[in-house]
Ligand binder design. Structure first.
Ligand code: CDP
Ligand code: MG
Length: 185
């Protein structure tokens, strides 16, 4: 039940000086930072993080928003998805990010709750994406850009394992105790 998750503070979070504010939210929930660094990735690396598998997923998210908003379009979900994934790869590589591995009890799910939904517009107040942004996915997609939604967090345990391997070497992850661990064991 003790899990690890990859969290990235994306270029907009770094450039808006929100790093401390965001990390604080994970620390106060009792999650342990077991690895952290600043990295500026290129688009080649971004392709390994945002793989082509994402194309139909993000395409359908935008399609849902456009349908609700009455946007007229002729592209398929696949075509929309490809455009968004390209934009998202550009966005993640446009400045340095803070990459972290967090550890805690079922932390993959806990972190996703703290983060909110993919679109800030759909994320409730109190979540990172809901508190620091408000943009809708469909709006960003109309501009052919990846939505600046501040943060990435692994979606499930398998994704977390793959992403941690991509971003961190074993020796960059540390084993130590937090003083409050006796209260959560
Ligand atoms: O980040 P999350 O797991 O919530 O969403 P995803 O479906 O895995 O999409 C990955 C990233 O693609 C998002 O965090 C956004 O930065 C971007 N995206 C977007 O710009 N527009 C969409 N319609 C869907 C995703
Ligand atoms: Mg995801």
């Amino acid at each position: 039940m003790i899990e690890r998750s990859l969290v990235l503070l994306k270029p907009d979070a770094v450039q808006r000086s929100l790093v401390g504010n965001i990390i604080r939210r994970f620390e106060r929930a009792g999650l342990k930072i077991i690895g952290m660094k600043m990295v500026w990735v290129d688009e080649e690396f971004a392709k390994k993080h945002y793989t082509d598998d994402l194309i139909p997923i993000v395409g359908n998210k935008t399609k849902k928003d456009w349908d609700e908003f009455g946007v007229e379009y002729t592209e398929s979900a696949e075509e929309i998805g490809k455009m968004i994934v390209d934009g998202t790869r550009k966005y993640i590589s446009e400045g340095p990010v803070i990459a972290m591995v967090l550890q805690g009890i079922q932390c993959v799910e806990v972190i996703r709750k703290i983060v909110g939904s993919t679109g800030p517009k759909d994320s409730p107040p109190g979540t990172i994406r809901g508190d620091f942004a408000h943009m809708a996915l469909g709006y960003a997609s109309l501009q052919k850009r990846g939505i600046p939604n501040l943060i990435h967090a692994s979606a499930n345990v398998k994704e977390a394992e793959e992403e941690i391997k991509l971003w961190f070497k074993d020796e960059e992850l540390h084993d130590y105790s937090l003083v409050h661990e006796k209260f959560v064991k």
